[in-house]
Write a protein that binds this ligand. Structure first.
Ligand code: BTN
Length: 250
């Protein structure tokens, strides 16, 4: 694990290392990021006190297990939060890999991949931003932190990374030893998404439907009011609030 006082972004640092080639599996962590990045080009607020880390590793190909890998990272973060909070915070998972408590976001996960310009080796990175001590105010969604939910516990980001690294290894071993169906089954037990309406971007349009589980790869399935089921493989999925449903009928 390499800890930095400040970085622009641990995921940008991982991409720089990946571009150079000869990639060793490694964790890059920073106490503060000046240009933290979220999914879909969003910014990730990165004040001191939370965990900002990226796991970088070489890959031979982007296999069909990529969706299961994404789910397993969410599960590893959830496992870690339960241990770090001594069982007081039990998060729910939202596809593809948000970790939430009462629909407030506790952690964001950013998967990226690339190829070295020098050696043509492929790499993959998993960026994890876990709200340990503070819950930044974001316009688009509500946020929470572990210590905000369990104020009598103190957790240093360094300790959070040690716990996270252990669960990350365990969940990766689970995919290899028990297959992606075992990860998908655990994710289904841990999701807080059941019985709600979601809207996902499909091509240039949107598809709205209720949560209808995951397919055998770990992609999301939504069922529309007319019974059509669509499989969503990437992108953001937003909860459709009651008010939004009413407004869309007018
Ligand atoms: C999301 O938008 O939900 C994903 C956020 C991922 C944030 C983490 S913090 C560590 C790593 N470095 C970054 O710049 N982003 C990821």
């Amino acid at each position: 694990m390499s800890w930095h006082e400040t970085l622009d972004s641990t995921s940008v640092e991982a991409a720089r290392i990946g571009a150079g080639g000869l990639i060793e599996p490694q964790w890059i962590a920073a106490r503060h990021q000046t240009a933290g990045r979220g999914r879909l080009g969003r910014k990730w607020v990165s004040d001191t006190g939370n965990l900002y880390t990226t796991a970088l590793f070489p890959i031979t190909e982007l296999s069909a297990d990529i969706a299961a890998l994404s789910l397993s990272v969410g599960l590893a973060v959830r496992d870690s939060v339960i241990e770090l909070s001594q069982g007081r915070v039990i998060p729910g998972l939202k596809w593809p890999n948000d970790v939430r408590v009462d629909e407030a976001k506790l952690c964001g996960i950013l998967l990226e991949s690339g190829t070295s310009n020098e050696t043509h080796e492929r790499w993959m990175s998993v960026g994890i931003g876990l709200n340990v001590r503070t819950a930044p105010e974001i316009d688009a969604y509500r946020t929470a932190s572990i210590i905000g939910l369990a104020p009598d516990i103190d957790i240093a980001p360094e300790d959070a990374l040690v716990v996270l690294e252990g669960y990350f290894r365990k969940r990766l071993a689970q995919i290899l030893e028990q297959g992606r169906e075992s990860i998908i089954a655990d994710w289904m037990d841990a999701t807080d998404q059941k019985n709600s309406q979601y809207r996902a971007q499909v091509g240039r349009g949107h598809f709205q439907g209720e949560f209808a589980g995951l397919d055998e790869y770990g992609h999301l399935r939504l069922r529309s009011a007319s019974g059509e089921v669509k499989t969503i493989t990437a992108g953001d999925v937003e909860l459709v609030k009651e008010g939004f449903l009413d407004a869309s009928r007018n």
